[in-house]
Design a protein around this ligand. Structure first.
Ligand code: AMP
Ligand code: ZN
Ligand code: FE
Ligand code: FE
Length: 274
């Protein structure tokens, strides 16, 4: 089985990279990708453990772009984690994330839900790790202001909620360009959640390589729609569970969503790695 969308403690996952790889192996996966938000900090540890466990790790990432004021997640695969262009870009992304978390914390304080943001930043941004709203949600839970990540997003942190602070970032085309410069291929993450289908041809024209057809939050209708869209636009198809840890992210499970081997082979040849 193949699962190309997994998160670790390098961003907002609950498992350290080595523990995630061990879980993947126990779940019977043969090929995985670790796709943390705006960081490759988990890849070295994951690769080491994958070597030990005898499973294949595809270097990956999930980068947040901005289109029409909304977050658009772009997955990168087969990229060089040591690319200087990528590293410089991701450093800027993570600085923006830290600034946003500080702004969110100020809002929360004004709403009567203060969190210790300095402690949070010190803990969550060591060694190239990225921070985001899930870490803020966890701090809210710890401080007794929320019952879980879902609750924190629904009442406070989600788009349109009182502690929401818009993100600043670059358009999808720019993210695709960076992924290509790092030797990778780009896939539009969970388009069924995004609900911006008119963006697909625009990103395809900008060099998008694939669309994430299989995802924990996709319905059978989503799979059919994006399979067809990928064919129409000449794009490959990717897929993965988007596992963040047990009991988070709407309960997605590792390996619950699997990419067909023939589709993986197509992605590999697009990347020139097949
Ligand atoms: P950020 O990186 O700060 O934009 O936070 C986005 C991340 O938060 C996503 O990748 C999800 O893992 C998580 N997330 C988004 N919406 C929710 C939600 N409603 N409940 C729990 N986690 C969520
Ligand atoms: Zn996430
Ligand atoms: Fe995502
Ligand atoms: Fe994800």
């Amino acid at each position: 089985m193949i699962d190309l969308h997994l998160h670790t403690t390098a961003s907002d996952g609950l498992l350290a990279p080595a523990a995630l790889v061990a879980r993947a192996r126990a779940a019977g996966l043969a090929i995985i990708s670790v796709t943390d938000h705006d960081t490759v900090a988990g890849l070295a540890e994951a690769a080491e453990e994958a070597g030990r466990a005898g499973i294949r790790l595809v270097p990956g990432i999930e980068i947040t772009a901005i289109e029409r004021g909304r977050d658009v997640h772009v997955l990168g695969y087969f990229l060089d984690p040591d690319s200087a262009v990528l590293g410089g870009f991701l450093g800027a992304q993570r600085r923006e994330r830290r600034g946003r978390v500080v702004a969110i914390a100020a809002r929360l304080a004004g709403l009567g839900c203060p969190i210790d943001v300095e402690r949070l930043l010190a803990r969550a941004t060591v060694a190239g790790r990225s921070i985001g709203r899930p870490a803020v949600a966890d701090a809210l839970v710890e401080a007794g202001f929320a019952s879980g990540r879902d609750d924190a997003f629904e009442r406070l942190l989600g788009a349109g909620r009182p502690a929401f602070v818009p993100r600043r970032g670059v358009p999808g085309a720019e993210v695709i360009r960076i992924i290509h410069q790092a030797g990778g291929i780009a896939s539009l993450a969970h388009p069924g959640l995004l609900q911006m289908d008119d963006l697909l041809p625009v990103l395809a024209a900008a060099g998008l390589d694939a669309v994430e057809v299989w995802h924990s939050d996709h319905t059978a209708a989503d799979e059919a729609r994006y399979t067809e869209a990928a064919d129409r636009l000449g794009l490959g198809r990717s897929g993965g569970s988007d596992f963040h840890g047990d009991g988070v992210h709407r309960g997605s499970r590792i390996g619950a969503v699997a990419l067909p081997p023939s589709e993986f082979a197509r992605l590999e040849s697009r990347a020139g790695k097949g």
